[in-house]
Write a protein that binds this ligand. Sequence first.
Ligand code: ADP
Length: 259
Amino acid sequence: MQVLKLGGSVITFKDKDMTADHEGIRRLSDEIKAAWPLPLVLVHGGGSFGHPVAKKYRLTEGYKSERQVAGFARTHRAMHELNSIVVDALLEKGVPAISISPSSFILTEEGRIRSINLEVIGRLVVRGILPVLFGDVVIDRSKGFTILSGDQLAVRLAIDMGAERLIFGVDVDGVYTSNPKLVPEARIIRELPLEQLVGYIKIGEALTTDVTGGMLGKVSEAREAVEAGVEVLIANATSSDVILKALRGEPVTGTILKR
Ligand code: ADP
């Protein structure tokens, strides 16, 4: 089984609120269809759908005031809308995709997943159905609620479902020595051994302080999957056929995280 996480940077225009990259989503649906059927779980990020609302209501801080409750519901709604666009595109291409909302079956504690029931997802996969999950608002036992990132969710699913491979589709070719969008001379790291991941602060140093937010978060989440024996690949989902080849296990340009 494989888990594919498509970043918000891949399926939305991050600088335009509530704007999906329909063309990109159609192309990726074509690629998934070309690899279909295969045991797969798909997770996607929020990009310009979930993040702006979540930020407005400061949801990552947990429950602080009554006015955030509307933000909780609205963030879910925004994510569900993006999810519907993804699921519709997959169905149109002939992939039997079904939407699964993390907020309805996952609980966190201090922002980390504590309760998750995977029986339904596992049985859907066995039936040849593609579960499509997403970064979502969730009830948190200690903070009231929080945002569960698609990255944390994808890692948890990969570990708990015994996936062989976890593919992160992002908008850059992999992990670089520095943020390639800021540093033109940054070089791609093809294999990143686990020792270099231990204590991601060190990675921050190794890759210079440019490894911020996105990629740093991803790599530190991914560490747990690598430790559990899941092969983790970070590759460019905005380049044609990279995801198709990755799903087929063919070599692609990207970064492999290794034990
Ligand atoms: P997504 O939303 O697709 O899950 P993010 O946008 O959060 O992904 O993270 C990917 C981004 O991380 C890249 O677009 C890049 O700008 C940034 N980044 C920062 N440091 C690095 C690095 N060392 N190597 C690769 N990308 C990096």
